[in-house]
Ligand binder design. Sequence first.
Ligand SMILES: [Zn+2]
Ligand SMILES: [Zn+2]
Length: 375
Amino acid sequence: MSDFYATLGVARDATDADIKKAYRKLAMEYHPDRNQAPDAEARFKQIVEAYEVLKDPDKRARYDRYGEAGLGGAAGQAGYGGFHHVDLAEALNIFMRDFGGFESLFGQQARAEQRRGQDIRVNVKITLDEVALGAKRTIKLKTLERCEKCEGTGAKKGTRPTPCGTCSGTGEIRRAARSMFGQFVQVSPCPSCQGEGVVIQSPCPECRGDGRVKAEKTVSVEIPSGVSENNYLTLRAQGAAGPRNSAPGDLLVMIEVKDDERFERDGDNLVMDLPLSFSQAALGLVLSVPTPYGEEPLTVPPGTQAGTILKVKGKGLPRLGQATRGDLLIRAHVWTPETLSEEQVRLFRELARHEGEPPRKGSGFWTRIKEALGA
Ligand SMILES: [Zn+2]
Ligand SMILES: [Zn+2]
């Protein structure tokens, strides 16, 4: 059981303004982007949760009377006995919503993130066999890389960026402001250095002060087996370099899967059509069928009906990140010859004298046909 008042360090009769003030101070102190202490994340979540309850007069009244038990779902609602504990992502979202974003709070750090290099997206087309087995690709990229002439600083060789005089190198301008909650310090990026804290007196001629130059690079990418169309891989820090030694962007590899003339994909299963002649369907046979892992023997039993699904276990696609595979499903079709030689006509007539009537109504035949058609 947590005590929300203790979490925010306020008295039980604290005003809304006191609660808000305590929340703001503590949330900023324990925000996991600023506080590296091992318990900061847990504290931060507790602080957000406590504020979510105490800022709402109705929830606060129920909490005062019944504790956390008063905060469950509606009475009698199954499965929601307790209080909803937020996870970190939710807590961060709530915090952003309450305070309208990082920029005003974290100034320089948030701007450094904005200065990060761009993400680069590339499309990679792979075959179904490569989905089954995994693939490697070497990708050529047009990108921006660190300027070696100035070691990414943007300052001409032999010179250095100098601390900005306007903000004394902090990148921030602080101003006292008043609001209905009292006096607070408003922080905004320094206009002289765009928040970087340094200015470049003589820019590097190679990169014109950006710290980056155009470049081509090759990246090798390993595509795991089991991927699907529109999956993507993120290669951290393989995107464009950031300006003036700021963090690089990521490389996003978007997967496209080419159509395959042998198989259709159904999740982890592969589906294949297999035409059989009358005699093959009637007598059965053993043949070999293609799979992404090579040919496999398949037994077609005597008396196979059109629409029957035969299965080759474990020869479908791997499940992403797992050792198991789907199956190869083979749909039997009975193929009717469109032209017949005189000899064939003679043999079919001979056959017709011996074959029985196909079973119809009442024999379950139509049910089986419907099942086969998936109706
Ligand atoms: Zn400045
Ligand atoms: Zn340079």
